[in-house]
Design a protein around this ligand. Sequence first.
Ligand SMILES: *Cc1c(COP(=O)(O)O)cnc(C)c1O
Ligand code: SF4
Length: 352
Amino acid sequence: MITRSPANVQIASDLASSLASSPSSPPGAPAWQRQLANVVRDPVELCRRLGLDDDALPGARDGHALFEVRVPEAYLTRIQPGDPTDPLLRQVLPLVAETDAVDGFVADPLEETDHTPRRGLIHKYAGRVLLIASPACAINCRYCFRRHFPYQENSPSRAQWQETLDYLREDTSIHEVILSGGDPLAASDRQLAWLVARLEEIPHLKRLRIHTRLPVVIPARIDEALLEWLGSSRLQKVVVLHSNHAQEIDAEVVAACARLKDAGVTLLNQSVLLRGVNDSVAALAALSERLFEAGVLPYYLHVLDPVSGAAHFDVPDEEARHLVETLRDQLPGFLMPRLVREVPGAASKTPL
Ligand SMILES: *Cc1c(COP(=O)(O)O)cnc(C)c1O
Ligand code: SF4
């Protein structure tokens, strides 16, 4: 989710499509790939499955035309049937408000295109770079106005990856590689294992960080094949999950986190502060508590990027600050996420 600007993803799409997994899962494909191939892609079906009257949800079709609905079954089962205000539903069902043009909400709020020395590589902050390892996502989050990229069946362009690897080899100030997307874990294990093996050959790299929503939305993604390449890496491993609500973290997600922990992974979480999803002290406290039960520490709480189509999720800064100050009265310090904003051109995430 940290690279959710459409322009940025577009630049990287050629490179990243070379790692993306195919949408039609071949026979014998891992369970998670079958789940990825069978996501709910129709707003009317989504409403029907949840016992919601689709007439009561105007705009679902319009929003879907702009950015398609995409909900994995494992996520669908955690949505409360019959409740149009469910905090998980709100993240995946388009509302008519998505088609409103709102001042200040633009297509590319992060202006990351200036920091892209190689395709699919963003070097904005000291010591760490971000690689777009897959343009695909398992779920389409309405607050992330990503353009949809068709999966491509091209064979990987190793030449393009080679350029990225050369850049990393030449800059010895880089100690950490962050795999992002889209969702980097939408790429196949074979391809990720290849990439990580190349990264391990670069002596000044110490850490591998993976920013992903897949362990939350399809916990079966954390399978033996993934744990094999990840667990055996010499790099220190950090997985930054993306969960916005305690209700997203069911027993299967807790088990997936436990498997990652057993493989030597440090687990963190980032959330986005979203109107109607987690914009209360109670929701934020419950999320932190639930994350810790799963062995995950809260890392960032992002204010919304002003991306077009998502203005109805916005929480004003004053209110965000007040929420977090009140939260601090209720939680131990280690369960407090850092409230941040991404400011184009800044040398780090900017605390509010
Ligand atoms: C958010 C981000 C990072 C990571 O920042 P941390 O503060 O280390 O979590 C790195 N590169 C880019 C381009 C980012 O947007
Ligand atoms: S998982 Fe959701 S928030 Fe993250 S990049 Fe994909 S659509 Fe955006």
